[in-house]
Design a protein around this ligand. Structure first.
Ligand SMILES: *[C@@H]1O[C@H](CO)[C@@H](O)[C@H](O)[C@H]1NC(C)=O
Ligand SMILES: *[C@@H]1O[C@H](CO)[C@@H](O)[C@H](O)[C@H]1NC(C)=O
Length: 474
């Protein structure tokens, strides 16, 4: 369920977008590569001209000559790209690709897409504070449908840009281990799940280890990783607690007999080279579900740098233009984005009928007007366009949306054209592109959209309260 069970309405402070794109570094690397290239070419030239005889024909080329011939085709190496932290191309067994002097960290996902995005944010942040290179698995279609293939992280998020803005390497699993490799690799991992909750007496299940052909032997983490001891209604850990297990002293002290792995029946202590944890969704620095707060380190140090790929952004632009009835080369006018979530949350309404439980459109419109007013006060711009994304299927409700003069992306052929992942991906991008955002309180998709709007557009955000008639009165 794409829900954060914490009835708190967030009030956000805008975080200025940090432009950490190190253009200068790129230019330096490019110049250095050019210099190297010209020196190589020049020395080759000298060798040839000094030689009294012509160089040997290609078939008898010495390795030295081959090397100087290959050099000019080299492109500047991304200082944070896979080439700097891996031996080379993906290998059949992942260990063959790891560099001995680099440490890595990984984890799995098993919730809805938005929650999985937050989980990878946490993984990357834990990598930052443990000096380890995060290795990201794919997104799995837990809410999209089991028949849908997973989608790589890098098809959604701009990984080269993330690396540049973090100034740290970030890897995807397909860069480390060959996609489709049938080789099961043994790996010892920490099992946090069993130490933070009491319903499931096993590590957090996920299809990812099997997709990656990893045969995991789990070691249960010490019970002190649980933030609120013995409290069954929360299952968070602190980043700092989990980080201690990444270092020899606390790791050593915490070792207990591991669970044998399912494939090879091997028992392994947690790996020190490829550190791994079963599940990192429920991790915080101070209090549970803190991503919506201004201090959230996972957002400040990682999330805000996770931009969508340019391809996805352009695709979302196309959908927005089409919804507004504009030609494909028209500039996209500024708009306020609205995200209304209904069906996932029905069970939370209890006795309250659904159309009383959720905020009616006039209540949402009041929040839209607040955002509009705030934008006008700040910038002097009057924002006319409103773009609505929702899981609502009731045609009467959509008619009311249209009567307000609001627009919505037409997803009638999105799945057929781009695949099952794309309605939700395009909606997420649209939610981040507004100059203001109005969402549904407690929806993690709305919470993350609000963070993006604040960080990327410096736009005002509101989350509409719900649960009973008048819940959003203020
Ligand atoms: C797994 O290994 C243990 C210890 O070596 C052994 O006692 C057990 O029978 C094995 N289980 C299976 C299913 O092979
Ligand atoms: C559809 O939505 C309208 C309000 O927008 C509501 O009055 C009506 O009961 C809904 N219909 C169904 C079948 O739920």
């Amino acid at each position: 369920m794409d829900l954060k069970p914490n009835p708190y309405s967030g009030h956000f402070k805008a975080i200025g977008l940090k432009t950490l794109l190190s253009k200068r570094r790129f230019i330096f690397v490019a110049c250095a590569s050019l210099l190297l290239l010209s020196i190589t070419c020049f020395s080759t030239f000298l060798r040839y001209t000094e030689s009294p005889t012509p160089p040997p024909p290609p078939v008898t080329e010495t390795p030295e000559v081959v090397e100087s011939v290959e050099k000019p085709t080299e492109v500047p190496v991304d200082p944070y790209g896979p080439k700097t932290v891996l031996k080379g191309d993906p290998t059949v067994s992942f260990r063959d690709n790891l560099l001995p002097n680099v440490n890595y960290i990984t984890s799995w996902v098993s919730a809805g897409w938005t929650n999985d995005v937050m989980t990878y944010m946490n993984l990357i942040y834990l990598g930052l504070i443990t000096d380890r290179v995060p290795v990201l698995p794919e997104f799995i279609p837990s809410h999209i449908g089991g028949h849908v293939p997973p989608i790589p992280f890098g098809e959604v998020f701009d990984v080269p840009r993330l690396r540049t803005e973090l100034q740290k390497p970030v890897l995807e699993w397909w860069e480390v281990k060959q996609h489709g490799s049938g080789q099961f690799d043994d790996l010892g991992c920490w099992n946090i799940w069993q130490s933070v909750q009491y319903r499931e007496p096993y590590p957090r299940p996920s299809r990812i280890p099997n997709d990656l052909k990893l045969d995991i032997s789990y070691t249960q983490a010490p019970t002190w990783v649980k933030l609120i001891p013995d409290y069954e209604h929360d299952q968070h850990s602190l980043f700092s607690s989990l980080a201690t297990l990444a270092f020899p002293t606390m790791r050593e002290k915490s070792l207990v007999p591991p669970l044998p792995s399912p494939q090879h029946n091997v028992s392994l202590p947690p790996d020190e080279h490829m550190l791994c944890y079963d599940y990192l969704y429920y991790v915080c620095s101070h209090q549970p579900f803190e991503l919506e707060y201004d201090y959230s380190p996972a957002w400040r140090y990682v999330g805000q740098f996770m931009h969508f790929t340019p391809k996805l952004e352009q695709l979302a632009d196309e959908y927005v233009r089409r919804a507004f009835g504009l030609p494909s080369d028209a500039p996209v006018p500024a708009f306020i984005s609205v995200h209304i979530r209904h069906y996932d949350f029905e069970t939370w309404c209890g006795e309250v009928p659904i159309y009383d439980c959720f905020a009616p459109l006039p209540v949402i419109n009041r929040r839209v007007q607040e955002a509009r007013d705030e934008i006008y006060t700040r910038t002097g711009h009057v924002i006319k366009h409103v773009m609505v994304t929702s899981d609502e299927r009731n045609a009467t409700w959509w008619q009311e949306v249209a009567q307000l003069g609001w627009f919505t992306p037409d997803h009638s052929s999105t799945k057929d054209t781009y695949g099952d992942w794309y309605p939700v991906l395009i909606d997420a991008v649209i939610q981040s592109q507004g100059v203001g955002f109005v969402g549904t309180d407690r929806s993690t998709m709305s919470i993350i959209a609000a963070k993006r709007t604040e960080s990327w557009q410096a736009g005002p955000t509101r989350l509409v309260l719900w649960g009973e008639p008048g819940a959003d009165d203020h």
